[in-house]
Design a protein around this ligand. Structure first.
Ligand SMILES: NC(=O)c1ccc[n+]([C@@H]2O[C@H](COP(=O)([O-])OP(=O)(O)OC[C@H]3O[C@@H](n4cnc5c(N)ncnc54)[C@H](O)[C@@H]3O)[C@@H](O)[C@H]2O)c1
Length: 250
């Protein structure tokens, strides 16, 4: 119940999907949470839903992860509303299945800006606040697409692969400050993001290449992110954590 007691977390892209599941679980485990997203109404509804169950523990803000000013406002909100920042979940992301030659420069830039630059900017703006607290945990949401290739999704693979090594670079740099940085690599997770994959294709993947024979849920990922946010993972940093039902085991 209290695995995050006294901690303050900032979750990007937290209005829905995995980020929203993490916000609910973090609060259930004693954290205060700032949820930042470009979906302002959905973020506000989530905060209202969680706050209705107990003391005010969630604040929703507008955060476009590609904008440094938005990140500075997000970190300042954590410090003003809840007196500090202990945990950053770089969760915001966009997905597209376009292959290498079908990827336009605009699509490449949109994906890389959100999925890759957004993660760097989040860490850049968060570490000073974590240093003030004497420690911190950063969880960067990559993907199995950051570990292996496929026949499409070129910009997505590139951006998620970059997140894997941004994570290791930050872990090495900030280990002496007791700031731990790890990446999470979900497989096929049942959220709005993968609605663009036709249902028959999703079913086929589950039946043929996912050993656990089901799609993951946002809660499956949230439980791993909770572990990495909490002191239970006190000696884990610079590491990659897969939550994919065995997809990349073969
Ligand atoms: N669903 C999957 O199968 C899957 C698999 C591997 C990795 N992931 C990763 O998990 C993370 C969460 O995705 P999800 O599955 O919950 O999908 P989702 O689409 O439900 O959530 C993504 C969230 O990011 C937000 N977002 C997009 N652009 C933003 C921006 N510029 N600034 C701030 N927020 C922005 C969206 O509004 C949305 O709330 C993403 O990084 C995604 O790439 C998802």
């Amino acid at each position: 119940m209290d695995r995050l007691k006294g901690k303050v977390a900032l979750i990007s892209g937290g209005a829905r999907g995995q980020g929203a599941a993490e916000a609910r679980l973090f609060v259930a485990e004693g954290a205060n949470v700032v949820v930042g997203d470009v979906l302002d109404d959905q973020a506000a509804s989530l905060a209202k839903e969680i706050n209705a169950k107990g003391p005010r523990s969630v604040v929703a803000i507008h955060l476009d992860v590609t904008r440094g000013a938005d990140w500075r406002n997000a970190v300042a909100t954590c410090e003003r509303e809840f007196s500090g920042l202990d945990v950053l979940v770089n969760n915001a992301g966009i997905f597209n299945t376009a292959g290498l030659e079908d990827t336009s420069e605009e699509l490449w830039e949109a994906i890389v800006n959100i999925n890759q630059k957004g993660v760097w900017l989040g860490m850049k703006e968060a570490v000073a606040a974590m240093r003030k607290r004497g420690s911190g945990a950063i969880i960067n949401i990559s993907s199995v697409a950051g570990l292996t290739g496929s026949t499409g999704s070129t910009a997505y693979h590139g951006s998620k692969g970059a997140v894997r090594l941004l994570t290791k670079a930050a872990a090495v740099q900030y280990g002496p400050d007791r700031i731990r940085v790890n990446s999470v690599h979900p497989g096929l997770i049942n959220t709005t993001m993968i609605d663009i994959i036709p249902k028959e294709q999703r079913d086929h993947i589950v039946k043929t290449v996912v050993p656990l024979r089901r799609e993951g849920t946002p809660e499956d990922v949230a439980k791993l992110v909770l572990f990495l946010a909490s002191d239970d993972s006190s000696y884990c940093t610079g590491a990659e954590f897969v939550v994919d039902g065995g997809l990349t085991a073969q």
